[in-house]
Design a protein around this ligand. Structure first.
Ligand code: IPD
Ligand code: CA
Length: 301
């Protein structure tokens, strides 16, 4: 079926075929990931000891890029482990891939990691496949066609019974520590976390609680499923969010800038605030504005 949305024409791109291919690749990647035996002290550091890469990240990315190059030689590839700052993302149809999102979890055998396979056109995510092989959960979406868990369960999980969003004090939210552990962004995160958790009498939002899944893609999928209400992060990259972005927005969620004021997040913006769906969008904008009002400082990347 042809899909024309207001900003990107996708009918000639074969999105269904790409969706099926990405699902096949995700299962293959899952076998590599679950068959691996990473050592907690054997992972290589990129920027520091919280920013890791293993031989498995590289092997999975190689398998993915080789398979995609054979099947779709005309589309570009943008993967975390082969990213070269001299070749940033363009408007061309591009696969945007994180071979293992949640590498710290993977290294520690904490079962919350996934392969994240996105496809974007004009920097707009249009196909997304996220697979956590540890619990065999597949999330996928094609722009304009809805989002699904394990191919058949439509997201959000509660469907028509989903409750409206009703403010931060009733919300379970996800935040991430990230790997940058000093400076202005670190300070902004810590002060914001404190305010989000604090009682209202003390100027806080008193959120129900905060979670850190250790994977941007799985945070976005949890918001798509409706099992968390909001997800805020600064510092992650387009390969962390591209696939989850389609899954979230197809499930009725929204993704806005992680700094206050901008309702349209940019794929490469490295600052994101995602909110789950809400019936008739009730409370969706309100909760975003409430969250923005509790950010202490600004995220700068
Ligand atoms: C990381 C995860 C984590 C987020 C970091 C990302 P990686 O990706 O998505 O949740 O906090 O910003 O870099 O390193 O596991 O692919
Ligand atoms: Ca990764």
């Amino acid at each position: 079926m042809a899909t024309k949305s207001n900003d990107v024409e996708t009918s000639a791109l074969g999105l269904d075929d790409i969706h099926e291919t990405l699902i096949e690749i995700a299962y293959k990647a899952g076998d590599i990931i679950t068959g691996a035996l990473p050592a907690t002290n054997g992972a290589g550091s990129k920027k520091n000891s919280a920013d890791l890469v293993t031989e498995y990240d590289r092997a999975v990315e190689k398998m993915i890029s080789t398979t995609l190059a054979e099947k779709y030689p005309h589309y570009k590839f943008h993967g975390e482990e082969t990213y070269d700052p001299a070749h940033p993302l363009t408007d061309d149809p591009t696969f945007i891939v994180d071979p293992i999102d949640g590498t710290v979890n993977f290294v520690h055998s904490f079962p919350c990691a996934c392969v994240s396979l996105g496809f974007a056109v004009k920097r707009i995510p249009v196909v997304g496949v996220v697979f956590n092989p540890f619990n065999q959960t597949l999330y996928s979406a094609v722009r304009g066609r809805g989002a699904f868990m394990n191919r058949t369960t439509r997201l959000p999980l509660k469907g028509e019974s989903l409750e409206p969003l009703s403010g931060l004090s009733n919300a379970l939210i996800s935040v991430e520590w990230g790997s940058e552990r000093c400076g202005k962004n670190w300070d902004t995160k810590l002060r914001t976390f404190a305010r989000l958790g604090q009682t209202k009498d003390n100027g806080g939002a008193m959120v129900r609680s905060m979670r850190s899944m250790g994977s941007a893609a799985l945070n976005l999928c949890a918001a798509a499923a409706g099992t968390i209400d909001l997800y805020w992060e600064g510092g992650c990259w387009e390969w962390d969010v591209c696939a989850g972005w389609v899954i979230l927005t197809e499930a009725g969620g929204i993704i806005v800038d992680g700094n206050p004021g901008n309702w349209q997040a940019s794929l490469e913006g490295r600052r994101y605030l995602a909110a789950r769906a809400s019936p008739q969008a009730i409370g969706q904008k309100d909760i975003v504005e409430e969250f923005w009002s509790h950010i202490e400082g600004r995220l700068e990347y």
